[in-house]
Design a protein around this ligand. Structure first.
Ligand SMILES: NC(=O)c1ccc[n+]([C@@H]2O[C@H](COP(=O)([O-])OP(=O)(O)OC[C@H]3O[C@@H](n4cnc5c(N)ncnc54)[C@H](O)[C@@H]3O)[C@@H](O)[C@H]2O)c1
Length: 519
């Protein structure tokens, strides 16, 4: 295809007044509420059963979406099965070109899309902009990756024999997405499936149907046929109906461990009518730990930990949840972290000065409050009580210390702005604690000793380990992302090998010793 090499989409320079003005104007211009249909082929069924609201101002309706029924889930899969037959036959270059045009569509609307992610999911401006860029990156990266995969690979070719390995798409892919990267994650999973020739039924998170509508519009505007990508807004029931359909070959899921495990169980059951084993690509939650050695540079560690734990109010799957610090500097680190946390500004996502925006919904705020109360009863909650805006799902950032080893605060994924700090004897004890966890998504280390760094790299079970930097912000093509153990099926979004999960390999061997030629 002669494409230029992949490069990450540059984020906006938000210090520039001109960029800020464009974002603000885009926010003011958002059509509200957005109507999100069940969209199967050319058929659109509008509805208002799902109401998506602004987490910072729950009275404001951002999108009104239809809630897909079980019958609609079945209808969407049937449509996608027909769409698959044609889409899979297209040369890979044509499929890639459609994804690149979808990327261009998103790029042209980046201000409007960032504004929508901000409104619907309370992403701060830098996070909303990064979400748009990551969606574009996934399209650009997987388009190139699919072309590369299609070129095949070298096999041994002894005289008289020709061997060929190629990859074919698996069929209909159910893409079931979370809300916390409302553009990037659905786009990424759908792009990987589509680039490799599968058709897609997208079931977005009930909290973010508006963003998902834009994703499907982008794909269709780019040239993905209407019957190769359907939109199925709904709640868990719609996802379950989709996942259980015998004609779904692959489930691309990102979300909580509980739902991911349920999908793995669903997929393991071969239902009547099934013609292949379902495959599940599951990216799930974690309990991400940052180890701080006695020799760490705290000027570097403190801001990086604060960014990792409290950016997007702790609602990134990669967010730091526990800090395991050498006992000799525990008190100093806690004091400095507490000072930094007190300085964080809590406020609406559309305020450029906000550090900690509201949480996605009331249930999330209540959950974090419960864990904060538990931390206060079992240990110590550092910092003074903070005022938060009275409208919206705000939750003040907190540090918890002196918790007992068995505390749920140290083991459950809280998914909010609550960071636990624990003293450890040394880095090895910290590694033992990390190793004791059943989840292994991201992790971090601050150390100035190359031998320590090497040791922790060797001992760390996590899918993505970050050394002497923040543990959030993985970039497509640079940090293929995904967890190990119960955090995921070990696939790496944003890396080339991710595409292998959406295809099946076939090998053809031909005896080329001719016994006469028929023409
Ligand atoms: N590892 C990663 O890359 C990654 C990235 C983002 C988020 N996450 C995780 O996602 C979680 C937060 O997202 P969430 O609250 O949207 O997760 P969730 O599991 O509640 O929902 C994810 C999706 O699954 C659907 N769903 C719910 N019940 C279902 C069922 N029974 N069958 C099929 N689908 C069902 C939801 O409607 C939604 O679309 C956190 O645990 C976070 O760590 C992980």
């Amino acid at each position: 295809m002669g494409l230029p090499p992949f490069a990450n989409e540059p984020v906006l320079e938000l210090r520039r007044a001109s960029e800020r003005t464009k974002l603000r104007d885009a926010l003011d211009a958002l059509a509200q509420p957005l109507r999100v249909p069940v969209w199967i082929g050319a058929e659109r069924r509008d509805g208002d059963e799902l109401v998506s609201t602004d987490p910072g101002d729950p009275e404001r309706v951002v999108a009104l979406a239809a809630r897909a029924t079980e019958d609609e889930a079945a209808h969407a899969v049937a449509g996608a099965k027909q769409g698959f037959a044609r889409w899979a036959q297209l040369p890979v270059g044509e499929r890639a070109a459609a994804l690149l045009r979808a990327a261009a569509w998103l790029r042209e609307r980046r201000f409007e899309l960032a504004a929508l992610a901000l409104r619907e999911c309370a992403k701060s401006w830098p996070d909303a902009d990064a979400d748009v860029c990551e969606a574009i990156d996934f399209l650009e990266f997987y388009a190139r990756g699919a072309v590369e995969l299609d070129a095949g690979c070298e096999l041994e070719q002894p005289p008289g024999e020709r061997n060929e390995l190629f990859h074919v798409p698996r069929g209909v892919c159910a893409v079931i997405a979370p809300w916390n990267f409302p553009l990037a994650i659905p786009t990424g999973m759908a792009a990987a499936a589509l680039a490799t020739g599968n058709s897609v039924v997208l079931k977005p998170a009930e909290q973010a149907p508006g963003c998902a509508l834009r994703v499907v519009e982008a794909l269709r505007a780019g040239g993905v046929p209407a019957d190769a990508v359907a939109l199925l807004p709904g709640e868990g029931e719609a996802g379950a109906a989709l996942a259980g359909n015998p004609d779904v070959a692959t489930i691309g899921f990102t979300g909580s461990g509980a739902v991911g495990l349920e999908l793995l169980r669903t997929a393991a059951e071969v239902v009547p009518g099934a013609r292949q084993l379902k495959r599940v690509v599951a990216e799930m939650g974690g309990k991400n730990c940052v180890i701080v050695d006695a020799d760490a540079d705290l000027d570097e560690a403190v801001p990086a930990i604060v960014e990792s734990a409290f950016g997007y109010a702790g609602q990134k799957c990669s967010a730091a949840a526990r800090v395991l610090v050498d006992a000799s500097i525990h008190d100093l680190l806690v004091e400095r972290l507490a000072g930094a946390v007190d300085g964080l500004q809590i406020g609406p996502a559309d305020d450029f000065a906000t550090d900690v925006p509201p949480l996605i919904e009331a249930a999330a705020r209540d959950r974090v409050r419960r864990y904060a109360d538990l931390a206060a009863s079992e240990g110590v909650l550092a910092g003074d009580p903070r005022e938060v805006p009275d409208r919206g799902w705000y939750c003040p950032p907190k540090l918890a210390t002196d918790l007992p080893a068995a505390s749920d605060v140290l083991h459950d994924e809280i998914f909010g702005p609550l960071l636990a700090v624990e003293a450890v004897r040394d880095v090895d004890e910290a590694c033992d604690r990390v190793d004791a966890l059943p989840v292994a998504l991201t992790g971090g280390l601050f150390s100035r000793n190359p031998r320590t760094i090497k040791r922790v790299i060797a001992r760390s079970p996590v899918g993505n380990l970050y050394v002497n930097r923040a543990i959030t912000g993985a970039m497509v093509g640079r940090q293929p992302f995904g967890g190990n153990r119960l955090s995921g099926t070990g696939t790496k979004a944003g890396g080339l090998e991710y595409l292998l999960h959406f295809v099946q390999p076939r090998v053809v061997t031909e005896n080329t010793v001719r016994h006469g030629l028929v023409v």
